[in-house]
Design a protein around this ligand. Structure first.
Ligand code: PML
Length: 246
């Protein structure tokens, strides 16, 4: 078994987060990946790069399938998202409450949470800290360059690559039933809903100019929260191939 290393980069400008990257690579690839990181943000005054050898690596054969849904209004887009969530057993009224929170700032100070919100089928918030939320880390595509090229050819973005990897790890966990996501970038209005099989990429999921965003993980009622945190924040995964693209 080969050794794998996690490379994590975080850049800020005047104390504000401007860029973050996470990669999992073999030792030979470290110099190449690290040398590209300072070119990622347009501007920064602080950059932290952490390289860590992983104790264990797990593999997922295929990413979720990707399906794009184009609708014209934010209202219609969220209606589609709610319908998808309903197909996996999530009550519409309950999902609506938390989705609205993401669009208006889900942290206690009405800013963005740093990680994802966890909501049970009963509608309970299960994160240990409601401002921090939970962060899914330690996931990448084994063949990242190829996957990125393929997705870009189809009109997807680098954000899709990262989000698809992250949601594939999330949905691989039996207790996570679905995920809803909108970006916290004001000009990035494409979001997604992920279910066990599919990453539904939904255009116009949030209003242009809205700086609010984040993720909701919908989980089974009896989810063991410590185990879920451990999975999301520590287990490392490489995804071998892309699922079907539409
Ligand atoms: C997509 O383009 O596929 C949606 C990506 C959403 C990314 C959210 C984020 O992390 O900014």
């Amino acid at each position: 078994m080969r050794d794998y290393y996690s490379i994590k980069m975080r850049a800020t400008l005047e104390g504000k987060h401007v860029s973050g990257v996470e990669r999992i690579v073999t030792k030979e690839k470290i110099p190449e990946v690290v040398s590209q990181l300072p070119l990622r943000p347009n501007q920064f005054d602080f950059m932290n790069i952490k390289i860590e050898k992983l104790n264990q690596i797990n593999f997922i054969e295929k990413s979720l399938n990707v399906k794009t849904i184009k609708v014209e209004s934010v209202e219609m887009a969220n209606n589609v998202a709610l319908e998808i969530l309903q197909t996996v057993g999530i009550h519409r009224e309950l999902a609506e409450i938390y989705i609205k929170m993401l669009h208006t700032g889900a942290a206690t100070d009405k800013g963005n949470m740093r990680g994802a919100m966890i909501v049970s089928l009963k509608g309970e918030r299960l994160e240990k800290d409601k401002d921090r939320g939970v962060r899914t880390v330690n996931v990448d595509f084994e063949n990242r360059e190829e996957v990125t090229k393929l997705l870009k050819e189809k009109g997807y973005t680098e954000r899709t690559v990262d989000a698809l990897a992250l949601s594939t790890k999330n949905l691989y966990y039996p207790d996570i039933l679905a995920e809803y996501c909108i970006s916290d970038q004001p000009d990035y209005t494409t979001g997604y809903v992920a279910t066990k099989t599919t990453y539904y990429r939904i255009l116009n999921l949030k209003d242009y100019g809205n700086p609010k965003g984040g993720r909701i993980y919908f989980v089974k009622e009896d989810t063991d929260i410590d185990r879920l945190y451990q999975y999301l924040e520590t287990k490392a995964f490489l995804i071998k191939t892309l699922g079907d693209l539409e």
